[in-house]
Design a protein around this ligand. Structure first.
Ligand code: ADP
Ligand code: GLC
Length: 494
């Protein structure tokens, strides 16, 4: 089966978060399930710079007023189609924001072009590419099935994956005439959303199957609390909604061979991990007061509960611990953390920014990785942390609740615990969990047992990739049987 994956970021070429990790790892995992994936990504400068040997395979004319060059390249196990539209993608900032961190005002056009180009490629406009099914990720690609259904009357199977419902691609209705879609696509049963246009809403209504990145989150988004205004739409797609938990790329995230680490190690040589811990403390000029070394590696936003880090920091300091924070985001949170780091110079270290090498050193050197998210579709850092023997301390929500086994008495006795969970998500219970972790850390032999259990937890992509493959096959099979009719299928995932 040949799948076209359409996505706005992909590791290792361009990354702002977990979406890129998933887009980069899933195709490799699907290959062993007999599914070949071509990934269509925008030709941002960061992407083009890393793919000097790409080959032009065709041009798409008149894509919402633009000509797009499509080139193909292979790298790191990925088969890529790069969409080159310099006027839209060749910009100095990131994939979504300019150098001042403001959204590009024409994001609607940039990602409508990506979606329309993807639809046309899916329909065979670049003749030698055979596509059986399209997999679209998040709002940036969500217009693709809308183009297929409404502009081309095509039933080509589409699976839409929601990585984070908080980002929906909502725009003023006045962009509608410029989308080149018939009026059937613009009404309330498709794109219209409270008087505006919602890209993700359109994608959810026009795809055959909707998935999200953990079973728990797939249930949570059906409620008004976490449905972010789309719970009603999702309720109507309930029978087509599946949750498949993310995996991790165990080649990129492997402490035994990780090139970013001062010292590599595995579960049998845990003592060597100390050298990474010492390097992490040195990097932030912190003093080891013999308490645990906590870390946060995250976007500094309300979703991630980063505003609660100063409260937790006080608890950490009170227990003679240290805390290193690496992230960027909300300016007010950044400055609160800056104040905190200045106040407790020996204990708290802050790196505002994105740093791949520091990310690896953090999971390899810290004792406890905190993730106090208010909601979390899946979360990947807790999975990386476990593989590296850093114990996750997480709020009980979304993917965090199902990937971490709380170190309560029963789980400790049965030797199955892998981390700490807290609930409700507020500073008091977060601090309480920090206290609990500090106490557990002081019993060093049971702590190393906990580390070994976490390191052995299996979050490779194998099982989840098999679930995606099963869904793809079912949808494609239903479509094929109805000879191009409906591709709606129902599947019992293992
Ligand atoms: P989200 O996608 O919501 O931000 P995830 O946990 O799914 O959350 O993925 C976050 C990814 O981004 C992980 O790969 C993590 O290591 C990485 N990351 C987050 N912040 C930084 C940072 N400041 N520097 C480097 N990597 C980061
Ligand atoms: C989103 C979510 C995160 C998830 C990631 C990859 O960014 O916030 O929870 O792990 O996508 O699916």
């Amino acid at each position: 089966m040949h799948v076209l994956s359409v996505v706005s970021e992909i590791y290792p070429l361009i990354k702002t978060g977990g979406l890129a990790d998933v887009a980069g790892a899933l195709p490799k995992a699907l290959a062993s399930q007999g599914v070949t994936v071509l990934s269509l990504v925008p030709g941002y400068p960061q992407v083009l710079a890393q793919l000097p040997y790409r080959q032009e395979i065709g041009r798409l004319e008149a894509v919402l007023g633009h000509t797009a060059i499509v080139s193909r390249a292979k790298t790191e196990g990925l088969d890529l189609l790069v969409l080159e539209v310099p006027a839209l993608f060749d910009r100095a900032g990131g994939p979504y924001v300019d150098e001042d961190a403001s959204d590009y005002p024409d994001n609607w056009l940039r990602f409508a072009v990506l979606s329309l180009a993807g639809a046309r490629i899916g329909l065979g406009e670049l003749q030698h590419l055979k596509i059986d099914l399209v997999h679209v990720h998040d709002w940036q690609a969500a217009l693709l099935p809308v183009y297929l259904r409404h502009r081309y009357a095509s039933t080509l199977p589409v699976v839409c994956t929601i990585h984070n419902l908080a980002f929906q691609g909502q725009f003023a209705f006045d962009i509608a005439p410029r989308l080149d879609l018939p009026s059937s696509a613009l009404d309330v049963d498709c794109l219209e959303y409270y008087g505006g246009i919602g890209f993700l809403k359109g994608g959810l209504t026009c795809s055959d199957i909707v998935t999200t990145v953990s079973p728990t989150y797939s249930r949570e988004i059906l409620s008004p609390e976490l449905g972010m205004g789309l719970d009603g739409v999702l309720q109507t797609r309930r029978s087509a909604l599946y949750g498949i938990v993310n995996g991790i790329d165990s080649e990129v995230w492997n402490p035994a061979v990780d090139p970013y680490l001062p010292m590599t190690y595995d579960v049998r040589s845990l003592a060597r991990r100390q050298q990474n811990r010492a390097a992490l403390l040195r990097r932030f000029c912190l003093v080891d007061h013999r308490g645990p070394l906590f870390a946060a590696l995250t976007r500094l936003t309300w979703q991630k509960g980063a505003d609660m880090l100063p409260a937790a920091a006080e608890e950490v300091v009170a227990h003679g611990g240290c805390l290193v924070i690496c992230g960027q985001g909300d300016r007010a949170i950044e400055s609160a953390l800056q104040n905190c780091a200045e106040r407790y110079r020996e204990h708290i270290g802050l790196h505002v920014g994105y740093s791949e090498d520091l990310a690896h050193l953090i999971v390899a050197g810290s004792d406890i990785l905190v993730q106090p998210s208010r909601f979390e579709p899946c979360g990947l850092t807790q999975l990386y942390a476990m593989r590296y023997g850093a114990i996750p301390l997480v709020s009980r929500t979304g993917g965090l609740s199902e990937t971490i086994i709380d170190a309560n008495e029963a789980a400790m006795a049965r030797e199955v615990a892998t981390g700490f969970q807290f609930h409700p998500v507020e500073p008091h219970s977060f601090r309480e969990a920090v206290r609990r972790a500090c106490e557990a850390y002081s019993d060093r032999s049971s702590w190393s047992g906990l580390q070994r259990q976490a390191m052995k937890a299996d979050f490779s992509w194998e099982r989840s990739a098999a679930q995606y493959a099963q869904l793809f096959e079912a949808v494609w099979g239903a479509w094929h049987q109805s000879t191009g009719g409906s591709a709606r299928a129902s599947v019992d995932l293992p």
